[in-house]
Design a protein around this ligand. Structure first.
Ligand code: DOR
Ligand code: ZN
Length: 459
């Protein structure tokens, strides 16, 4: 638990937690899951998954991504809204949820997409319909016809684009999100700074140092700073996704000290690797924002320990093997990670980089609170969903692309042996994964944030 470990039995009934009992007090159970030698966490949540479904299922699909999640100890995923078509209107919500229900091996929530002014009237409706947050791919344009993310503005003529949202548009989005009590989460990398840095490079991005020069920490920090100020101005809850740099963590920490409602997420690749790993991993390491230096990695770890960063997500962003096996400048950014999110952090815990209660915070309670899913998710409180992840402290996990469950398994951790292992994943009382095997069928459910307390209720 975020308060520290406790030795106990956990009693489940009808999919809910009934009690935390003294060891052996509850020997009447119909079914017993042995947890000797394990830490039992509130079911882990991955808030940052791009399953590519529908529309880009050659890269990944919901069935593969949610089976990978279950095998990695994840009981709930939050699905990013850049499938095709993206979830940018409230009226799509039920269809999208139904589409996923058929294939959901774990529980799931849905993100809604902000297209700046383009769909601003949808923002209150998306929040009221039950998205877990509004995602802003800040600085990105979208193809007007397909609503596909455009990674490079030169690829497409301006009249075919929904242009990147300006800071003024983001201010309006913040107002709309604040008025609805929602959460605005952003990819923070300033496009104009990136463009200027790219102009400064002599030719194409041919090695990793060029990529770092093209997408420097100041591109991230500048967007974080603007987001902080817009949150200050509007009262909007603002969440910085996939933080990768020391400078932006410092900005976030300062804003939190000032009492602003700003939060941050980082990802295992920023905690595991640095630019030096490019020599071994090659172009596979291409992810936006980029994996940077040892100083950034150290700052991210300290932010987790200090509670500045309260949520870690995988940014599971699969591409096909063919797409990823091309030179650095032409391959799409993104890597698989939903199945290794928890194992990588468990390994870090066993190596002393974080305490068990920190792990419970960033993979369970902190994430659940952020997306208003707590205590149904992310807690072991009686009456809440019986979701737990059993972590075997004595076993090890060999990460092997051949045994990962994604459609295009190409893991950054391939070949590594991690300390600890996910022994079982339990969702609403059902064991969906145990001792290396997935169990049962796709019985995942949609989760929605609990409603924001109205002013009358607050009083
Ligand atoms: O590396 C990335 N891949 N970063 C993003 O922000 C988007 C993601 C994707 O969807 O491919
Ligand atoms: Zn992402």
């Amino acid at each position: 638990l975020p308060t520290g470990p406790l030795e106990a039995d956990i009693v489940f009934r009808d999919g809910l937690i009934e009690a935390i009992a003294a060891p052996d007090e509850s020997s009447q159970a119909d079914e017993v899951v042995e947890a000797q030698g394990c830490l039992v966490f509130p079911g882990f949540i991955d808030p940052h998954v791009h399953t590519r479904d529908p529309g880009q299922t050659e890269k990944e699909d919901f069935a593969h991504a949610t089976r990978a999640a279950a095998a990695g100890g994840i009981t709930t995923i939050l699905e990013m809204p850049n499938a095709l078509p993206p979830l940018d209107t409230a009226e799509m919500f039920n269809d999208r949820a139904a589409h996923h229900l058929a294939n959901a091996f774990v529980d799931f929530g849905l993100w809604g997409l902000s297209l700046g002014s383009e769909n601003i009237s949808q923002i209150p409706k998306l929040i009221a319909t039950g998205v877990v947050g509004i995602k802003l791919f800040w600085g990105y344009a979208f193809d007007r016809a397909t609503k596909r993310l455009v990674y490079n503005l030169d690829d497409i003529s301006p009249d075919e684009l929904v242009p990147p949202a300006t800071n003024g548009e983001v201010l309006e989005v913040c107002r709309a999100v604040a008025a609805s009590g929602g959460l605005l989460a952003a990819h923070c990398e300033d496009r104009t700074i990136i463009e200027a840095c790219q102009r400064g490079l002599a030719g194409a991005i041919s090695d990793y140092e060029d990529l770092l020069l093209a997408r420097p920490p100041e591109a991230e920090a500048a967007s974080v700073a603007v987001g902080v100020e817009l949150s200050r101005a509007t009262g909007c809850r603002f969440h910085v996704l996939h933080m990768s740099s020391l400078e932006s963590v410092d900005l976030l920490a300062k804003a939190q000290q000032q009492g602003l409602q700003v939060t941050g997420e980082t990802c295992p690749h920023y905690l595991s690797f640095t630019a030096d790993d490019y020599a071994q991993l090659g172009a596979l390491l291409k992810i936006y924002p980029p994996v940077r230096r040892a100083r950034d990695r150290e700052r991210l770890w300290s932010a987790i320990e200090a509670g500045v960063i309260t949520s870690v997500g995988s940014d599971h962003a699969p591409h096909t093997l063919a797409e990823k096996r091309v030179p650095l400048h032409s391959q799409p950014a993104g890597a698989v990670g939903v199945e290794t999110l928890a194992p990588v952090l468990v390994d870090a815990m066993l190596k002393g980089r974080l305490q068990p209660h920190h792990l419970a915070r960033v993979l369970s309670e902190g994430t659940a609170r952020l997306y208003r899913l707590y205590p149904q998710k992310g807690s072991l409180l009686p009456g809440t969903d019986a979701d737990v992840t059993l972590v075997d402290l004595a076993a090890t996990t060999v990460v092997d692309n051949a045994t990962l469950h994604s459609k295009n398994p190409l893991s950054l951790w391939h070949g590594l042996t991690l300390a600890g292992s996910v022994r079982a994943t339990v969702i609403r009382g059902r064991v969906v994964y145990q001792d290396g095997e997935l169990k049962g069928s796709a019985s995942g459910r949609l989760v929605q944030p609990h409603p924001v307390a109205s002013r009358t209720n607050d009083a």
